[in-house]
Write a protein that binds this ligand. Sequence first.
Ligand SMILES: C[S@@+](CC[C@H](N)C(=O)[O-])C[C@H]1O[C@@H](n2cnc3c(N)ncnc32)[C@H](O)[C@@H]1O
Length: 443
Amino acid sequence: MVVELLIDKLVQGGDGLATHEGMKVFVPYAAPQERVRARIVTQKRDYAVAEIEEILEPSPLRISAPCPYYGACGGCQLQHITYQGQLVLKKLYVNETLQRIGQVFVPVRHVTVEAEPWHYRNKTQYPVGATGDGMAVGFYKRGTHDLLDVPVCLLHPVEFDRLRETMRGIFAAAGETGYDEAKHEGNIRHIVLRQGTRDGGLLAIVVTRTPELDPRAAELISEQPGVTGVAQSVVPARTNRIMGSQTRVLFGSGHIHQSVLDKTFQVSAPSFFQVNVSQAEELCRKILKHIAPKGDELVVDLYSGVGMISLTVAPFVQQVTAIEVDPTAVEDALVNAQAQAIRNVEFVCSDVGRAISRVASTDIVILDPPRKGCPPETLRQIAALRPKRIIYVSCNPATLARDLATLEQLGYTTYEIEPVDMFPQTFHVEVIARLGPLGSADE
Ligand SMILES: C[S@@+](CC[C@H](N)C(=O)[O-])C[C@H]1O[C@@H](n2cnc3c(N)ncnc32)[C@H](O)[C@@H]1O
């Protein structure tokens, strides 16, 4: 069925939302306030999904997407919208999500601007698949695990395109096979590339199904221009997990270095690091602003990774306790603290839920959990410490909204919401929330 729709707004996932005869219709690659003719491709009881056939009246925010794979590749959702428009829409989306899910009615600040909204990613994970006559390397098509061969991506460094293509040739010459997800056959599952800032290195991680990997292939990869290390990670199971639990360094160095503000961080192959360094700097600046340290504060940094936030904050406060579950990230954090001559951070390698019960008291809690957010029990433990401020950093406004609502029930109020544009051209957005005890003089 083909219908005419007026797009009201963008919602989670970046889809446009319209209403047709009382039914919600989600329209990918639409822009707000435009009128489209669209074909209903999925019809459920309480919603439908439609594909645009013709734009009848374009939104003033609409532009032509520069990437030739846009629309087929599932990586980006907002390339058809001006960059300024993306920032406005992300602000509206954060505001609407916090209000609808969390009943958080705090004016959302403007989203930070990324001066270079292209080629900003320092890490790319390419799924590798089997084709009839070889190996496909690229990205999944939207909402599927169907692989699209994408030789050029505008979000990561141009060096990645060249290296990725060279690696495909090296694997093919070595007789290596791409992973067939349906049959659970073939060996090469993912190519993961990570680049450090300035002379911070270029790491190629080959994710395989079996422990075997042609040693000459790995050596040839290590000889490519700019490559400073090659590692292998084995994922034997049928799973969506990209990296395995162990990563083996095959050649060169197993880590890169990222510079954020005046500090340099060692980041090992499997350790988390923000994908956009200039916005990671914005994030750190804003966290410092929200803490407004006087120098005598006790701080707890939960989900602390390689210590980017802990070590940024440490010189301005009395003591930081950092809790992180990934032992490799904690090893990186210890190296980073030593290299920066910072001695007032204690790094605890543990699940946050377990280790936070050992914290006696704190003035400030910073938390930066994964997309799924924070378990309610952990939020209860945070609130029980009665910190003067909670700084919640989130890459998922929906789970942030849910957790802010829980913290509200535990006696905390959200005073400030500040989004950071960590992921231009996509609907993803990083958000900082500052909370304080209900009725505190913190407003
Ligand atoms: C979004 S990252 C934030 C890292 C760090 N704050 C930064 O900005 O670089 C989330 C981190 O939480 C860690 N993590 C996930 N679940 C955890 C848990 N239950 N307990 C402790 N750390 C956890 C992950 O290993 C990852 O390093």
